[in-house]
Design a protein around this ligand. Sequence first.
Ligand SMILES: CCCCCCCC(=O)SCCNC(=O)CCNC(=O)[C@H](O)C(C)(C)COP(=O)(O)OP(=O)(O)OC[C@H]1O[C@@H](n2cnc3c(N)ncnc32)[C@H](O)[C@@H]1OP(=O)(O)O
Ligand SMILES: Cc1cc2nc3c(=O)[nH]c(=O)nc-3n(C[C@H](O)[C@H](O)[C@H](O)COP(=O)(O)OP(=O)(O)OC[C@H]3O[C@@H](n4cnc5c(N)ncnc54)[C@H](O)[C@@H]3O)c2cc1C
Length: 667
Amino acid sequence: MAFLNKEIRDGDNQDLTEERRTATFDTDKMAEVIYGSEKLARRRREISHAVSRIPELADSRPLPFLDRFEKVTEGTRKLSVLDRHLAELIDVNDNGEALHLYHEVMGMEGHPLALHEVMFVPALIGQASDEQYEKWLGRAKRREIIGCYAQTELGHGSNLRKLETTATYTPSTQEFILHTPTITALKWWPGALGKSSNYAVVVADLIIKDKSYGPHPFIVQLRDEKTHQPLPGITVGDIGPKMAFNGGDNGYLGFDNFRIPRENLLNRHSRVEADGTYVRPPHAKIGHSAMIRVRSHMATGQGWLLGHALTIAIRYSAVRIQGFLEDKSHEVKVLDYQTQQHRLFPAIARAYAFIFCGFETIRLYDQLILDMNSNGNTSGMADLHALTSGLKSVVTHFVGQGIEQARMACGGHGYSMASYISEIYGVAIGGCTYEGENMVMLLQLARYLVKSVELVKSGKANQLGPMVAYLAVADHKVNLATGPDSYVKMFQYISKRQSWKATEKFLKFMENGDSRDVAWNKTAVELTRASRLHTRLYIMETFIRRVESVTDIPVKSALTDLLNLHLNYELLDVASYALEDGFMSSNQMDFIKNQLYSSLEKIRPNAVSLVDSFQFSDMQLRSVLGRRDGHVYQNLFDWAKSSPLNKTDVLPSVTQYLKPMMEKAKL
Ligand SMILES: CCCCCCCC(=O)SCCNC(=O)CCNC(=O)[C@H](O)C(C)(C)COP(=O)(O)OP(=O)(O)OC[C@H]1O[C@@H](n2cnc3c(N)ncnc32)[C@H](O)[C@@H]1OP(=O)(O)O
Ligand SMILES: Cc1cc2nc3c(=O)[nH]c(=O)nc-3n(C[C@H](O)[C@H](O)[C@H](O)COP(=O)(O)OP(=O)(O)OC[C@H]3O[C@@H](n4cnc5c(N)ncnc54)[C@H](O)[C@@H]3O)c2cc1C
């Protein structure tokens, strides 16, 4: 008999199979919705399958047992194997396929090409002129050279205007002199900089005739292309172990009056003429487009990370039997506990929501780049900057929370690296910091919200963009949360009120004599709250739009259950804002809670199938707890036995230190 969940195979753990039999929708069809099309979902499966047939691409040992040096070596080894097989595995011109392939094979630990694909090549695409394209892009795409993106310094990351690395133009030789004047000016953190890259896009303060023009991107050769030795004038190395990404070589970089030709300023948008005349870009922040790109892609990437952790936790919760409900002769799956469902199911809904809204945001980014490159139109930049600033902050924060809940939902075994959840967590929460520290980015969105409220206050509501139009709309009176639209209206009310309150507070401080910056700082917590609400509203709206667009009825119905859970959970989570001014009553709160509990029950039979639909292979998950076949216990035992500590029964440390201590105590 054919089942709707495509993961059922003979010999699987029976409890998992039982879960999969209850699926009310086809998991392949759900995967099409998650990944955007039948082709994209199918290609992922095909690539995973093809990878599984190349034994050299498998991890040589479970990654958690490798030390840092071995992780870097293992990642690089696999990259070289991949390089030989690339054309047979993927369409090399398809970024999505490449991304999936790297995730599958490399895992999450980082690798030498991580920043090459994510930032170096996109920075060239966004910032290089046609001649520079010609010179660098082909080489970069063919991987004749490997690059990274070196912006952050030891002393400054958030406040880009104060980056200390200088690029001083010398008209007589038509060169820029890159220099690191202080220890705090050392570049610090760039991924793949420490040992792997031989080129970098370096962001440095452009100085012409003693005048600073602020941060600009330069393409810089760091190492000899033959020997890979750092070039004279370059100091470069690895910054040491981190919470995660330990297969990657985040690095430091210093310049000692290092000269590069004038053509190495990435000059699609701004230029320095031979005589030192500076030609301005059409938008002051256009040099930041590589960052906007990564931020635009973060929601989907983070949604997948959450999806990984939930696949592990949900499958394990269906296999883990402990305690009783009604029938005292059979223990139940821990997935049957309401607390377990409440811990995990809203996070499944968020994972779906983040992926959906991520795809919508990527489309907005692609449109912006098209506009910029075809007709120099940068008008969408401010909107997208505000949107992606909020989105990366809200999503990374919730993903971190969700993964940590997934870990706890796996009890003791969740704490073991065999679950792989700690690695996923470490990787995901890196996103709270990189590409703009979350608070800093929420405050960027707040600038936009405050300006929007100010527009309404000055009678210019007609100038508001569509995403903030609700800030001008009269308050909605919604009595009960009955359909998605009423939730949106309630959220709009709450979000609007918070944006207005924060703005009024900020303006009041200024009226009372505080400078703009001081007033801003005194209102900052309230402002970040406004940003979070605005962003959650956007996520909610995109989730609703995506579910409405689904045509497969069983898939749509399962997604509607998830959406309802999301709407109720979100509203309850921000209930204090709605209760504050009596907009909602405690009766309404109870009603919403009950809706939420009934959503949990509805989702329960589909829980395993909802995470199976992400279609992560076992290789990608690298989790003993999250195995597709559910055979957890024997594999946990085998995993433990493979620990290097178990190579001998008596460790040298015991002979050398413990035994003498015990012997001495006997005397
Ligand atoms: C696999 C793992 C991958 C990991 C990859 C990680 C790679 C990295 O981390 S690379 C380094 C990333 N670094 C960052 O993100 C640094 C964060 N800091 C910044 O982006 C900026 O310095 C920022 C935005 C905080 C402040 O910039 P600053 O120039 O001081 O701007 P500020 O004075 O606050 O604002 C000036 C105006 O510019 C606008 N603006 C700022 N940035 C942008 C932008 N990117 N696009 C459009 N407008 C912008 C602001 O909205 C503001 O507009 P308005 O005046 O109308 O309100
Ligand atoms: C895994 C990882 C990978 C990275 N990869 C790269 C890379 O490839 N290339 C690269 O160039 N960089 C990279 N970075 C660096 C990263 O982009 C920066 O660390 C990040 O932008 C934060 O800057 P910061 O370290 O200066 O934080 P800080 O700004 O020093 O933040 C410290 C605290 O100060 C607060 N704060 C700072 N400014 C303000 C403000 N104006 N208002 C309110 N609060 C404020 C922050 O909220 C935070 O709580 C990476 C970092 C990590 C963790």
